[in-house]
Design a binder for this molecule. Structure first.
Ligand code: NAD
Length: 501
């Protein structure tokens, strides 16, 4: 079972035991706001470690699937209570390992709490259908059944919330789990696993194996022991995951990249739209799949919007997220900072106008972190690379437009389809936009971020593959429908034949 005090050197959790990786190697987890700070050492596990975890999950499955769902729910309920008690500590840990400001890491933990309570309640729901049969003395119903061993591969930007979106519905449906957290942010996922172990999950039901995607992730994908894969991350890696699942027809759920947009109509409350663009564009330093990395503004209010938006961006205080005065933290790592800096050069070369920011911040203590100014490009053309590609950093492109039709064409003219928003006080504009935007999520008079756990979450086009996280929709992925017909007529009754006359 879980130990009460977590060491700085972390182990894998396999079959109810904290065990060292067979490789004996470790991955450093460093604070992106201060690379001198070593947050912890996490196992650089091998394929054998992953396979041991999959075996443990397979052995635990039979008993867990037969555990009444309300009992499974009680364990989740206890976990939600523990998460609530430790929310502040977990938020601090998360800010140290990934940089986003405390208000946001508290939100990340809260999302895990919300999801855990929600799915605890599903222990007493998971409703199926009962329906009349077309034949006499026959009963028809459908029930949810678990899928088996689930393998999860998760990203670093929501290191507790996203694992909870997968783990909680999986467990309540009766599946067992092996999760590989992101290399940059394993601690928050470990904190979640610790809590679930402490809440009383039986050994083997939930296992964590940290390490590289190309080693541990690959082993989870290739194992004959996993029947379901859920992945959140980049579209590029998602394609690899999809191909790896295809030969054995593993059930596969992909949540991938985004290039989300806020549309600002000339009848909008402009200050509210600026508030939304600041929060949507620079929250989590723009490192959200739902970040508003494009803002399209109707020409009549374009100049005023850009001026106000740039002023507000320049006033944002960038720094260590543990400091209550900080508005925006660092990029996750050096590589991501370099990507952001390269896109700033791309934007300049494409002829976009730099309206705010554009530089790395490295004065004083900031030199030890991966900080970048909140950056706005104005006068962008929707076809520019900075308006098409996911940058995943604090860079927003502003595009002028004439009509709502133009704005919708700009919005839909990207490969992704996760989230979109429109600011307008005209009900006709709002209804047309919610109908015609090609995204899984639409906001009216709110930014592109702010999903709630009891509604479906996910995207279309190159963002998703047709499944959804959260809410009841998640149950559809983590369970299989079984349809049951009970004939108590004591004679052969042939559907579609004996009831035809
Ligand atoms: P990433 O694709 O680089 O990595 C995601 C996970 O996949 C990590 O755990 C990584 O170790 C693993 N991985 C990498 N290569 C692998 C391979 N060959 N085989 C198996 N596993 C492999 O993504 P990231 O940088 O961690 O996260 C940022 C991306 O995630 C962005 O594109 C963002 O839009 C996306 N994201 C999407 C959502 C969503 O819900 N749509 C939510 C958050 C993040």
């Amino acid at each position: 079972m879980a130990t009460a005090v977590m060491p700085k050197v972390f182990k894998n959790y396999i079959n109810g035991e904290w065990v060292e990786a067979r490789s004996g190697k470790a991955i450093e987890n460093r604070n992106p706001a201060d690379s001198n700070e070593l947050v912890g050492m996490f196992p650089a596990s091998s394929a054998e470690d992953a396979n041991a975890a999959i075996d443990a999950a397979a052995n635990a499955f039979e008993k867990w699937r037969l555990t009444p769902a309300p009992k499974r729910g009680e364990i989740l309920y206890r976990a939600a209570e523990i998460l609530t008690e430790r929310k502040e500590d977990f938020a601090q840990d998360m800010t140290r390992e990934m940089g986003k400001v405390l208000a946001e890491t508290r939100g990340d933990v809260q999302e895990a709490i919300d999801m855990t309570y929600l799915m605890a309640g599903e222990g007493r729901r998971q409703f199926g259908q009962t329906t009349p049969s077309e034949l006499p003395n026959k009963f028809a119903m459908s029930v949810r059944t678990p899928v088996g061993v689930n393998g999860f591969i998760t990203p670093w930007n929501f290191p507790m919330a996203i694992p909870s979106w997968k783990i909680m519905p999986a467990l309540i449906c009766g599946n067992t789990v092996v999760i590989k957290p992101a290399e940059d942010t394993p601690l928050s996922t470990y904190n979640l696993i610790h809590v679930l172990a402490e809440a009383g999950l039986p050994p083997g039901v939930l296992n964590i194996v940290s390490g590289k995607g190309t080693v541990v992730g690959k082993a989870i994908l290739e194992s004959k022991g996993t029947q379901l894969i859920s992945f959140t991350g980049s579209t590029e890696v998602g394609r690899i995951i999809s191909e790896a699942c295809a030969p054995t027809f593993k059930k596969c759920h992909l949540e991938m990249g985004g290039k989300n947009i806020i549309i600002v109509m000339d009848d909008a409350n402009l200050d509210l739209a600026v508030d939304g663009a600041i929060w949507g564009g620079f929250g989590t330093s723009g490192q959200r799949c739902t970040a508003a990395s494009r803002v399209a503004v109707q020409k009549k209010v374009y100049g005023e919007f850009v001026t106000k938006f740039a002023e507000r961006a320049k006033a944002l205080r960038v720094g260590n997220g543990l400091n209550a005065a900080t508005d925006m933290g660092p990029c996750i790592n050096e590589q991501q900072l370099k990507t952001v800096m390269s896109y700033v050069e791309i934007g300049k070369n494409e002829g976009a106008k730099l309206a705010a920011g554009g530089h790395r911040l490295q004065d004083g203590d900031m030199a030890r972190g991966w900080f970048h100014e909140p950056t706005i490009f104005s006068d962008c053309d929707a076809k520019m690379r900075i308006c098409q590609e996911e940058i995943f950093g604090p860079v927003v492109s502003v595009i002028p437009f004439d009509t709502l039709d133009d704005a919708l064409a700009i919005a839909n003219g990207v490969q992704y389809g996760l989230s979109a928003a429109i600011y307008t006080r005209n009900v006709n504009n709002a209804f047309r936009a919610q109908r015609d935007l090609q995204t899984g999520i639409v906001y009216v008079n709110a930014p592109t971020i702010g999903a709630e756990t009891h509604l479906p979450f996910g995207g279309i086009k190159n963002t998703g593959n047709g499944h959804r996280e959260s809410g009841e929709a998640a149950l559809d992925f983590y369970s299989e429908w079984k349809t049951i017909y009970i004939d108590y007529s004591d004679r052969l009754q042939r559907a579609q034949i004996d009831n035809a006359d």
